[in-house]
Design a protein around this ligand. Structure first.
Ligand code: GLP
Length: 249
């Protein structure tokens, strides 16, 4: 018999499957309590099991996304939304083509002048504000300590903007792009400040490869050298880990 241990802010699940069910439970509860909830969603391999579970709940008739609005954290730049490598395609493939969500947005990764990119970033912030702000923000964590694509050096008041990817982040993405040379050097990411304005934050991590960065983010200094550490300043932050990711806490 496996069990999930939950302290006030930290939930430790015995394995990846239980981790994803716990996070999907939290999202479902939020949507059931507020059918027009605004969700902030993440890409990467970590939330894949969460999306699978949400799709299953929708197919079982237990969850309705028709009033929900979703904002994704980030998009590579330059990147066409229709590219198989885009986060737009990722979200369509793993969640949105399977459920009845009518309004989901991903930052615009199309190349343009600096002024055009800055304008689309301002527009994304305005769309979040017009939707009433993010009720529940789901985050993964990169091995550099990034949240979204807020790499080390990102201040707590940063907003949606064009960012440069750290070498380790590009290396981690190389396999999915078929080689490092194909990985973009930049991305459009919502800011740390944008993330911290969410009413509730869930940061999830799975696997031994994340144990060290989880330890540093959760128990080290709160610093812009490790952007994920900023979440500890949020009054409604919940950390969801499996035992491997929690092994150094
Ligand atoms: C990318 C995303 C992040 C995500 C991170 C971790 O860099 N921009 O939002 O948290 O990957 O990815 P994974 O979950 O695959 O470890």
């Amino acid at each position: 018999m496996t069990s999930t241990i939950s302290a006030s802010k930290v939930t430790i699940a015995p394995d990846y499957a239980h981790l994803c069910e716990s996070v999907a439970d939290r999202i479902s509860a939020r949507v059931q309590a507020k059918p027009n909830a605004v969700l902030g969603l993440a890409t990467g391999s970590t939330p894949l099991g969460v999306y699978k579970s949400l799709v299953q709940r929708f197919q079982d008739g237990a969850l309705d996304f028709s009033g929900v609005t979703c904002f994704n954290l980030d998009e590579y730049y330059p990147m066409s939304a229709t590219s198989p490598h885009s986060y737009h395609s990722f979200m369509q493939e793993h969640l949105f083509r399977h459920v009845n969500c009518r309004r989901w947005l991903v930052p615009n990764g199309q190349a343009g002048s600096d002024a055009q990119v800055a304008e689309t970033c301002r527009e994304y912030e305005a769309q979040i504000a017009e939707a009433g702000g993010i009720d529940l923000q789901i985050l993964g964590i990169g091995r550099t300590g990034h949240i979204g694509f807020n790499e080390p050096g990102s201040p707590p008041d940063s907003r949606t903007r064009l960012v440069s990817l750290a070498p380790q982040t590009r290396e981690d993405a190389a396999e999915s792009f078929g080689g490092l040379t194909h990985v973009p050097h930049q991305a459009v990411s919502i800011g740390v400040g944008t993330i911290l304005e969410a009413r509730e934050i869930v940061l999830m991590a799975s696997g031994a490869a994340k144990a060290e960065i989880v330890r540093a983010a959760w128990t080290g200094s709160v610093t812009e050298h490790l952007p994920a550490s900023w979440v500890r300043t949020h009054r409604n932050i919940h950390l969801y880990l499996d035992t491997d990711a929690a092994s150094l806490l």
